[in-house]
Design a protein around this ligand. Sequence first.
Ligand code: B1M
Length: 217
Amino acid sequence: MSEGELLDRIKRLLADIEIDKVKDAVEEALKAGIPAIRIIEEGLAEGMRIVGDRFEKGEYFLAELVAAGETFKEAMEVLRPKLMEEGSTVKKLGKVVIGTVRGDLHDIGKSIVATMLESAGFEVYDLGVDVSPEEFVRKAKEVNADIVAMSALLTTTMIEMKNVIEELKKAGIRDKVKVIIGGAPVTEEFAKEIGADAYAEDAVKAVEVCKRLVGGS
Ligand code: B1M
């Protein structure tokens, strides 16, 4: 099978919730020499997009969303070590506190961004999901963070990003940290509107932007 066919197969298997076959297909793609980040972005994430569309149309239900999420995470267990190898872990570029905002339980994209940042040489503190503004601020102060990175997948939780920025201001550390935001419903305009320093549409861009924010490239 060609690289395109292998990636397409991963996409289709995840989209069709063929959960038993996804991990094997991912391993096959790795064996064929396809970089982990391409397997994620062009295979799994594309499949996940289809799952989301089918859910929106009422063709899939919560059970399918959960199964697809779990399958993606299992595949990430195979891919995470490869992602780390593909990055350059030599120098420490800065400290990033990352999390999915309050009320939001989606963690797949956020975890990919966290892994990519770590493999690029950032020291990453991943607070997980449903993170309150107070928790973001407490951790940022504790580790003397350079960057606070937030993810949101729900339109209803995007507003929490603004609340985190307000909390950083209240704590008197807004000028000491850079703020980057991302996640499917988030846009560049929204980032500007709430006073974030940057927006990134995917994990590869997030690494580029974070390097720029700390003056690394
Ligand atoms: Co949910 N869900 N979900 N879900 N879910 C969406 C987001 C939705 C768009 C599906 C749909 O209707 N089409 C919809 C939101 C609608 C909206 O707000 N407009 C939705 C809904 C409605 C819900 C529930 C409310 C469903 C319900 O209960 N009735 C519920 C909410 C729970 C909650 O959070 N409180 C819910 C629950 C779930 C599951 C738990 C079942 C599961 C998540 C499992 C998990 O994360 N552990 C789930 C899933 C899997 C999805 C979809 C299908 C896939 C999300 C995903 O993992 N994508 C999603 C549909 C979709 O997004 N099209 C959907 C793959 C991942 C790699 O992409 O997260 O976008 P993504 O991350 C990308 C970029 O966005 C970016 O980089 C990543 C990698 O390239 N990025 C950043 C992300 N964070 C970044 C941060 C950055 C920079 C870039 O800087 C800091």
